[in-house]
Design a protein around this ligand. Sequence first.
Ligand code: GLN
Length: 192
Amino acid sequence: MALQGDFLNHADTLRRLSVETVLVKTPADLDVDGIVIPGGESTTMSMLLKSSGLYAPLNDLLRNGMPALGTCAGMILMAKSVTDGRPDQVTLDAIDIAVRRNGFGRQVASFETELNVSGIKGGPMKAVFIRAPVVVKVAEDVEVLARVLYNFADSSERSVPVVCRQEKVIVSSFHPELVGEDRLHQLFLRLL
Ligand code: GLN
């Protein structure tokens, strides 16, 4: 999805993996086997989803099982519910999780770490969190593929899910596309 955000980094990753890539901006571009929703600003993407006419057809495709990968803002857009969003912010409701926008803190609380993701071989993944969402609720049939132990501003240390999957939808709170990390995309491509 190429409405806003770091979609070109995702396109580069997919091309590196020899995947034919379409920059989806209008409903006519939706003749695809799967979709990646990038990091960026979910409130802006939400508005653009409506004004571009993509919202309804994309919703239908996801509901019919189209594979999808969402990173950061992409996770927010695909979550079932969002707190701390704009009141008019829409979600695609493609994965049964609840997220809190900017839940790790403000820009200064952006951080980088390494983490193991279940189903991904070859050692820990480099994970960059930028004003990332915190997953606050996960339905029973959602698999948590990775977690992070984080010291929140209220001094509580909590382990929070950062990669989740439900059927053909994978979401991460961080940005593999910004650090040349291809393995989450490979996991997504295996769902196509
Ligand atoms: N805080 C952003 C939002 O709401 C997400 C940030 C990101 O994608 N890096 O939508």
